[in-house]
Write a protein that binds this ligand. Structure first.
Ligand code: FAD
Length: 487
């Protein structure tokens, strides 16, 4: 380590959270401007238990990338673990005579997924141990509690939330990376390999590695490519899973490898160079992420509890065979199966298809949205405590500003509209690759000659639909009526 300092007493322990970046990282910048630092990541036992498989894979890569970035400043990332975060951090500070600790606010600590100390509880424990604690914003554009309606309450509906947030986007300014960082030398730290975040037996990570480059470099590459390319046309093309019409920034944002401020600032610099409607629609999506955190802040149990309590009476079914078919992409509805296979293979699914598969699970199969939320949580690289829970509750109808339950996506019409040639299905459901549109979206209706020439044997090479769309729709509406009826 070239730039080590001997004074640890005035050093700050910067604990990285979901902010695995060096630029626009206030906790790091402020500490680096004040004196020597120790950069650390702490994988406590509850946090490790919480992470899904795809997130673990991403975290491994992202920490390696952050470590390499810090190495460029002459330092390294210290890896810490332990059963209790507060105990681990206090012990580390004591052992190294460190008196100051800082981090970026961890807004996901509200999540019903976890039993972890919130920012304020953790800070209190550290302060009780004699440490000075500083917590900085940055994971979001606005702290969830800061956005208020005219009467001072929180928002439940997106559009008025957007109207309040939109003007502030003009003033968004991302910080540069620190010019230099002085690292206090500390012994030890663990190795990434010892954390065993990478899958083994089977190692399914090859397909993820083909699809993604975790870390800041990959994040900024995606941002630049999107702004130069798909931002023009985004308003329409974002709905097309057969096109590369979106930014693919979600996992980078979820791990904080890029900040929302960096994304907004870069997009707004292109005002005048891209159509206004495309720019505005993109900013609205970034603000949906903010809105999801605003909901999570109001309902800490968002991942497990209906936002709309009347859904507590909803008669969800419990068909494990159907759930397994959905998870495996074997429902017999090609657009649903393509989405679920894209998810499993790449750790990501197109937003339009997320809505289709979520609607299919909760309405066609009448299965609880929490089953879907958990599966997404385990398999998405961008799994996010707020956006995942809010997305599922929005589709199922139980959310704050939800799509009404009686709006049931027709998977065939959706596929014909948003994947008109069937290219998306063809890519992820190769057994249908030789089928032509429109039959590729409803192979059970294809004439025998069509099936024969495409090499498809229904019920053999590709499953027949596990439910009939028309009947499933009526069943879902009946279930919804039962919910509406007074007890
Ligand atoms: P773009 O279209 O390029 O959008 C830019 C950014 O805006 C995204 O990276 C994301 O951070 C944000 N964003 C876009 N749409 C939404 C939205 N509807 N809600 C919140 N933020 C949004 N997104 C997650 O990041 N993590 C999740 O776990 C997640 N789970 C979802 C579950 C369901 C059932 C649904 C319907 C949506 C979910 N989303 C989730 C939202 C959305 O599908 C993804 O953010 C988007 O597909 C990511 O692709 P992108 O980065 O190319 O998006």
């Amino acid at each position: 380590m070239s730039a080590a300092s001997s004074s640890k007493q005035n050093a700050t322990l910067v604990v990285f959270e979901r902010d695995l970046r060096i630029a626009d990282q206030k906790a790091l910048l402020e500490a680096a401007n004040t004196g020597p630092i120790v950069a650390a990541y702490c994988l406590d036992t509850p946090l490790k238990a919480l992470l899904g498989g795809a997130q673990k894979w991403w975290l491994h890569q992202s920490l390696a990338s952050l470590d390499a970035g810090l190495e460029g400043y002459g330092g390294r990332l210290i890896l810490l673990s332990g059963n209790d975060r507060a105990v681990t951090l206090i012990a580390f500070c004591k052992a190294n005579s460190i008196l100051n600790v800082s981090w970026t606010s961890r807004n996901d600590m509200f999540s019903g997924h976890q039993s972890r100390d919130s920012d304020s509880i953790l800070a209190e424990k550290l302060r009780d141990a004699g440490l000075t604690v500083s917590i900085y914003p940055g994971q979001l554009l606005h702290q969830p509690a800061a956005i208020r309606t005219g009467s001072g309450g929180p928002f439940r509906v997106y559009t008025p939330f957007w109207r309040v947030v939109a003007p502030s986007l003009e003033n968004v300014k991302a910080d540069a990376a620190p010019e230099k960082i002085v690292f206090a030398e500390v012994p030890g730290g663990e190795t990434l390999a010892a954390w065993q975040l990478m899958p083994t037996k089977p190692d399914w990570s090859g397909t993820l590695a083909d699809a993604w480059q975790p870390g800041q470099t990959g994040a900024h590459h995606n941002l630049a490519a999107f702004i130069e390319g798909a931002l023009t046309g985004y308003d329409e093309d974002r709905n097309r899973p057969d096109k590369a019409g979106t930014s693919r920034l979600s996992a980078h944002l979820a791990f904080g490898e890029i900040s929302p401020a960096q994304v907004v600032e870069a997009a707004l610099k292109h005002r005048g160079k891209v159509p206004d409607n495309d720019l505005e629609t993109f900013l609205k999506e970034i603000v949906w992420r903010e809105f999801s955190y605003h909901l999570l802040y109001q309902k800490p149990g968002l991942a497990t509890e209906n936002f709309n309590a009347s859904f507590d009476r909803f008669p969800w079914g419990s068909d494990n065979t159907a759930l397994k078919a959905w998870q495996a992409g074997q429902t017999g509805y090609p657009i649903v199966d393509a989405g679920m296979r894209q998810l499993y293979q790449t750790g990501w699914m197109h937003n339009r298809v997320r809505m289709i598969v979520a609607s299919f699970l909760t309405k066609h199969l009448l299965l609880d949205w929490r089953d879907g939320e958990r599966w997404f949580w385990d398999t998405l690289v961008d799994a996010d405590a707020a956006s995942n829970a809010a997305g599922w509750q929005w589709v199922s109808g139980s959310g704050a500003d939800a799509s009404p339950y009686f709006r049931i996506f027709n998977p065939i019409l959706q596929a014909e509209k948003f994947d008109p040639k069937g290219d998306y299905v063809r890519k992820y459901v190769p057994e249908l690759a030789k089928m032509r549109a429109p039959f590729i979206h409803k192979p059970w209706e294809a004439p025998d000659m069509e099936l024969i020439s495409a090499g498809v044997r229904m019920g053999n090479t590709y499953p027949r639909p596990i439910v009939d769309h028309g009947k499933a729709r009526i069943r879902a509406l009946d279930a919804y009526k039962a919910l509406k009826d007074p007890l």
